[in-house]
Design a binder for this molecule. Structure first.
Ligand code: T3D
Length: 264
């Protein structure tokens, strides 16, 4: 029997969901996204789940959209609409994370890139190993930050830093990410799993009402238009994907070379 691409484990009211495609740095494909949507729906329905932790198996959290899968989806007469793909997948997940009235914590054990990072930014809290690396990555393949990233990134770090991170796709170490407010806590890599459980346990023992209503309050105060923004983001991403840069960017990644982008 093949292993699941999303593994779930539970302890003390903490549901841990592990992206399980380590050979692909937990790049997200449709199967993983669908399982994640189901798991988050389950977490919402169960009162005994008090905290949700997202993490990755192996040496990364997630490398974002699986680019090989993306190429096959984009090929042929049934060409994928990027906006539609977002609506069916990442936008659902990001909305679930923001509307689940329980703490959702991203535990970053290595690389977090593309929409993998966006989903981590949609979480309420981020704890990272000291050797974790964060990168937007979208601009390298001609795209804009999606999965809510174009809203959560500036909300967390301010507009100036958001532009720099989104446009350069520079890799950020955990300490720098902590300094600019992108993450909440850095711990030694060897203790990340234990530290994550201990961190989550604090919230699992707290008043669920206080936590839920604080999340609702912060959502309404700071990102009241999150769902509407995801739709606008999807439309912008469709426009980005319609040009030649996406194909060139993805080809360059697969051929392990620098992309060559023509002037607009
Ligand atoms: O329709 C829609 O939904 C559009 C939405 C798009 C959302 C997005 O997420 S767009 C951004 C997608 N992600 C990326 O562009 C990141 C691509 N990956 C990288 O830039 C690098 O791999 C990393 C910075 C993440 C890590 O670098 P490094 O040096 O630690 O590892 P590596 O050697 O590059 O990768 C290891 C393997 O994973 C490698 O495979 P190989 O050569 O050993 O067979 C690599 O190809 C594979 N891999 C890494 N990222 C992806 C991937 N395979 C498929 N998709 C990936 N995203």
């Amino acid at each position: 029997m093949s292993e699941s691409v999303l593994e779930a484990s539970e302890s003390g009211g903490i549901l841990t969901l592990t992206f399980n495609r380590p050979e692909k740095l937990n790049a997200l494909n449709d199967a993983l996204t669908v399982e994640l949507i189901d798991a988050l729906r389950g977490a919402e329905q169960r009162s005994d789940v008090r905290v949700v932790v997202l993490r990755g198996a192996g040496r990364g959290f997630s490398a974002g959209q699986d680019l090989e899968a993306f190429v096959s989806l984009s090929a042929g007469p049934e060409r994928l609409s990027v906006a539609e793909h977002l609506r069916r997948g990442y936008n659902v997940v990001a909305t679930q994370i923001r509307t689940l009235e329980k703490p959702v914590i991203a535990s970053l054990n290595g690389i977090a890139a593309g929409v993998g990072l966006s989903l981590a930014l949609a979480c309420d809290l981020r704890i990272a190993a000291d050797d974790a690396v964060l990168t937007l990555g979208f601009s390298k393949i001609g795209l804009i930050p999606d999965g809510g990233g174009s809203l959560m990134l500036p909300a967390l770090v301010g507009l100036g830093r958001a532009f720099e991170l989104a446009w350069t796709s520079d890799k950020l170490g955990a300490e720098e990410a902590l300094r600019i407010g992108l993450i909440n806590k850095v711990v030694p890599a060897a203790t990340l799993a234990d530290e994550t459980q201990a961190y989550a346990a604090r919230f699992a023992a707290a008043s669920p009402v206080a936590l839920a209503l604080t999340k609702r309050a912060f959502n309404r105060a700071v990102i009241p238009h999150f769902a509407e923004w995801l739709e606008e983001e999807a439309v912008l991403q469709e426009e980005a994907a319609a040009g030649p840069d996406l194909l060139e960017g993805v080809r360059a990644f697969m051929e392990k070379r620098r992309p060559a982008y023509a002037a607009r």
